[in-house]
Write a protein that binds this ligand. Structure first.
Ligand code: GAL
Length: 453
């Protein structure tokens, strides 16, 4: 949990901003809730020393240097994050770490850095599964070799299935998609698009593996309405994505601050069991139902309304979250957004027959509950069945999934199914004309991969 500079300022990052954000994390009370990382994204580097190979922080924007900034951040009880790319350059063209992994890891450790976000630009042709895993393994090994714990956060946009090789290279988290933007729906970078691409990946995440990173939050940025921001935050929390803020903490409204400070939702995200909620149902009217187990035997239930209009009296079968409808009641149902302004309507859910009935969910909004079983009737499993298929709706879905799939194949594999091609776009045309469904993007979920060398 923490904050990153990218969604707010892009390349225009500097040390004053980082200090001010660190101050705001503390003064807003968010640090106390666990938002303790202050992450400098791309553009802090200016060059590499030609004789020593050492990476140099931009003297214009970071005149005091990174060690001084780390000292300041640490003095507030926070952790400092930094950014590089598993390529020859970063995405904004600054020096990358490919081939300089060890010296960079040593430098970060000496500077007092606590977290590394490691991007995927300028990968020098090493973009298939093996090449990607090798690039990320090199930095993982370098970080493991320094005498300072540095949290390793992989950012290769879900290409080459980082949820498969991430744990083996020491990653604490891996991005599941390309970049988020501050819109709720309707584009490949929207909140719902990213959710769709990530929802089926819950099987790969957990405290002993690492976590699916659905990208930084857009809460507090202009493009999301109040209900949309709440839905976005709730979904990221329930799916156990890192909660990395991307708004201006120095000027956020009271409402935004209070939303981010919802301790009950944060507790779901930080639950020690660490199991992401999975999508157990999608209703015909556009409600996505997610459920997931929590350490104390409770379940978290989240209903996300993809429709623009509010929905009322929404029934959720008790069995959706593992309760046996015949025996499972009574149970406590705690509304995690109680007390927040939900268009003036209550969302206190009640068990009726074999359903839990949710009275009101705003358009593009959410209802979220923590449900406790009867002491003698623990809930059963609440995972979505491993179907290997995916509810598809939006236009962007097939090309994005195809590129993701294609990037995970070796040349031999492509040849063996008759896709003897050199670029993803040519392969896409061939795949569509030969019946794309056969290629099934979920194939990698089988885990049939050569072990990482
Ligand atoms: C992208 C990455 C973004 C941001 C940006 C910086 O590749 O996904 O989150 O870090 O690079 O250039």
């Amino acid at each position: 949990m923490g904050w990153s500079s990218w969604n707010l300022v892009g390349c225009a990052v500097n040390e004053t901003l980082i200090r001010e954000i660190a101050d705001s994390l503390v003064s807003s009370g968010l640090a106390e809730l666990g938002y303790i990382h202050v992450n400098i994204d791309d553009c802090w580097q200016s060059a590499r020393d030609p004789s020593t190979g050492l990476i140099i922080a931009d003297p214009q924007t970071f005149p005091s240097g990174i060690p001084a900034l780390a000292d300041y951040v640490h003095s507030l009880g926070l952790r400092l994050g930094i950014y590089s790319s598993a390529g020859s350059k970063t995405c904004e063209g600054r020096p990358g770490s490919l081939g300089h992994e060890e010296i960079d890891a040593r430098t970060y450790a000496a500077w007092g850095v606590d977290y590394l976000k490691y991007d995927n630009c300028y990968e020098e042709g090493l973009s298939d599964w093996r090449g990607t895993a090798a690039r990320y393994a090199a930095m993982g090994a370098a970080l493991a070799g320094v005498d300072r714990p540095i949290t390793y956060s992989i950012c290769n946009w879900g290409f080459a299935n980082p949820w498969e090789f991430g744990p083996a290279v020491g990653a604490a988290s891996w991005r599941t998609t390309s970049d988020i933007c501050d819109s709720f729906t309707g584009s490949w970078c929207s909140v719902t698009a990213i959710l769709d691409l990530s929802a089926d990946l819950f099987r790969f995440a957990g405290p002993t593996r690492g976590f699916n990173d659905l990208d930084m939050l857009e809460v507090g940025n202009a493009g999301l309405s109040g209900p949309e921001a709440r839905a976005h935050f709730s979904a990221w929390a329930a799916l156990k994505s890192p909660l990395i803020l991307g708004n201006d903490l120095r000027s956020m409204s009271r409402n935004v601050r209070d939303l981010l400070a919802n301790a009950a939702v944060v507790a779901v995200n930080q639950d020690p069991l660490g199991v992401p909620a999975s999508r157990v149902r999608r209703t015909p009217k556009g409600i996505d139902v997610f459920a997931g187990p929590l350490a104390d035997g409770d379940v978290v239930l989240l209903l996300l309304n993809r429709a623009e209009v509010a929905q009322r009296s929404v029934p959720v079968p008790l069995a959706d979250f593992g309760a046996d409808p015949k025996t499972a009641r009574p149970m406590a149902v705690v509304n995690l957004w109680a007390g927040y302004d939900l268009d003036g309507e209550s969302s206190e859910a009640r068990a009726v027959g074999t359903d839990l009935v949710v009275p009101h969910i705003a358009g593009h909004g959410v209802a979220m509950y923590r449900i406790s079983p009867h002491p003698n009737q623990p809930f059963g499993p609440v995972f979505a069945p491993p179907t290997g298929t995916y509810p598809v709706g939006e236009w962007w879905y097939w090309p994005v999934m195809f590129v993701r799939w294609y990037k995970t194949r070796t040349e031999e594999e492509l040849r063996s199914i008759g896709v003897q091609v050199v670029t993803a776009s040519v392969a896409l045309v061939i795949a569509i004309s030969s019946g794309f469904r056969a290629l099934r993007w979920t194939t990698p979920a089988s885990g049939k991969r050569a072990p990482l060398k």
